[in-house]
Design a binder for this molecule. Sequence first.
Ligand code: CTP
Length: 408
Amino acid sequence: MSSTSGTAHLAFSGYMGKRLQLGVCGSVAAYKSLDLLRRFKDSGADVGATVTESAARFVTPLSFEALGASPVYSGMFPVGDDVFGHLTPGEACHAFLIAPATAAIMAKIAHGMADDMLSCQALAFEGPLVIAPAMNPRMWNNPSTQENWQKLKDRGHITIEPGCGRMACMDVGQGRLADLDTIFLTGLKAMTPQDMAGTKVMITLGPTREQWDGVRFWSNPSSGVMGASFAVAAWLRGAQVHAVCGPGTPWLPAAIMRYDVTSAKEMYKATADLWPAVDTGIFTAAVADFSPVPFGDAKFKKAGSDSLRVEFTPNTDILKTLGQAKRDDQRIIGFAAETGDLQANAVGKLQRKNADMIVGNIVGTPESGFQSATNKVFVADRNGRTEEWPVQPKTEVAWRILDWLLQM
Ligand code: CTP
């Protein structure tokens, strides 16, 4: 079973045919760029690397080659045939990411100083340039650095603020390289066609938790990976994304608006508030259909009880309720978690809930459903089109469903 890791919803792998240039500057954080390289390679993209002379004191160019970067530039004058190496990324790459970026490379780019391979390549690059700095907090806070940073932002470069915390030199403040998930996704987004730009998407994900007494609740094992994959895919493609998240759902990039809720009642309130302002609702959450009548804040004590009876009352069916309030310009994708009779149950839910599309899966098998990084789905839309897909990563399922939605 391919169970979910903390990053299963970030593992997009459809970037074949895309090319990224990774610039690496001299910083203790340079070793992290090897991990970035590996993740971009896993996405299917081709990656070239430009390792500055200072960066090579921390990580050797050979390490980048060994992990599949090609070509790897490490000096101003490339060896061999590639005499125009300073122009190559500008001609071949869809995005240029500099991580870690030092104060020096920021100053060079801000002022047009091209005196090494990386600054020449960055100056000759007309596509999206992503800059993720790392440096000592005093260097970061210096007015010169801040002025250069502002210049880079004003020019429309994609900037990733460094994080705060303790530095290698033990100083505390802002200057740490941002987290790798954010840098990786920002680089991916820079290579992604923005075919959902201008749309607003709301997604429900994860389980809900219905409290019974002071220590017990009613819930299910949903991990939220399917919904988180939708949230990240729609954001990568340019949508404004609102994620209504049940307990224990995965990390999402800060640019995704996240609303953490616990119970079905809270999830309904959050979605009902958002619904009028969005174009698309994607309902992946495993919402509890019933909640126990609360025992109260105290812990139920077992002494003297041979059995336990708990009464349940129904919760609002969020999808059905919002489906009934759907405007002509809104679209709804629902999910159907089944243990049998998949197609008939899924199509029944499509109709009953006034959805435009339904994605059905069998839960309780190793490769699909709760807690799995993969899913095997049956998809039906309101026009009568149906398809059954083989087991694939949930990121891939999300991407293909969004393709389908855009064609409807
Ligand atoms: N759903 C919802 N609110 C609920 C129950 C379900 O929004 N209270 C949504 C789910 O997010 C999913 C769809 O409705 O998109 C179907 O959920 P599922 O649990 O498969 O089915 P139910 O409608 O609950 O019906 P049943 O449990 O009888 O299969």
